[in-house]
Design a protein around this ligand. Structure first.
Ligand SMILES: C[S@@+](CC[C@H](N)C(=O)[O-])C[C@H]1O[C@@H](n2cnc3c(N)ncnc32)[C@H](O)[C@@H]1O
Length: 167
């Protein structure tokens, strides 16, 4: 179990808490491809999936060709859940102060890319599959972000219309 570090690194905001990371990872992942987007920097990116959709842009999931057989039947799905690896995010913050919030909030109460395992997710509309390229609309990540997984989105099980998130 990690303990909270006593010294605050200079590159974190007042109120943020960094913790020492474990000495070693417990598992490894395979990147199954890369995500091609119009956005070259974090600042350029839409802030979230909704903003990404509203840009009207198309993004492309470029799959490692070895996984193309895994796309069989995917065109049955109107929407997909995409999991990706926020490779430019730090991983040691337990409490963060998002600019728009101005106060500390726990990492697991945030959709920030900064987390111990920087996994992001987005629900996207499937536009077209062409070989190893899957066009979707759209994602909130930098061009070249590693792709972790793709799953069908099931409105019947994944959608909870009366879910709320407090202020
Ligand atoms: C708030 S996160 C949300 C990610 C995802 N939709 C989720 O809910 O898990 C989106 C932001 O992450 C940042 N970002 C995008 N690509 C990144 C990358 N490869 N590494 C680190 N941060 C990234 C950008 O600032 C972008 O606006």
């Amino acid at each position: 179990m990690s303990t909270i570090s006593e010294e605050k690194p200079s590159d974190i905001r007042d109120g943020e808490i960094a913790v020492p990371l474990p000495d070693r990872a417990d598992a490894a992942v395979y990147f199954i491809g890369r995500i091609r987007t119009p956005w070259k920097t974090r600042q350029d990116c839409p802030k979230n999936a909704r903003q990404a959709r509203e840009t009207g842009q198309v993004c492309t999931l470029e799959l490692d060709p070895r996984w193309v057989p895994g796309l069989r039947d995917i065109e049955r799905c109107s929407h997909l859940v995409v999991f990706y690896w926020m490779d430019q995010a730090r991983r040691d913050l337990a409490v963060q102060v998002p600019g728009h919030l101005g106060k500390g909030r726990g990492t697991f109460a945030l959709r920030s890319p900064v987390r111990p395992n920087p996994i992001a997710m987005g629900v996207v509309r499937l536009i077209k599959v062409d070989g190893n390229r899957i066009e979707v609309a759209a994602l909130d990540c930098i061009d070249g972000t590693p792709l972790l997984d793709i799953k069908p989105y099931y409105a019947s099980t994944d959608s909870i219309p009366d879910a709320v998130t407090g202020p």
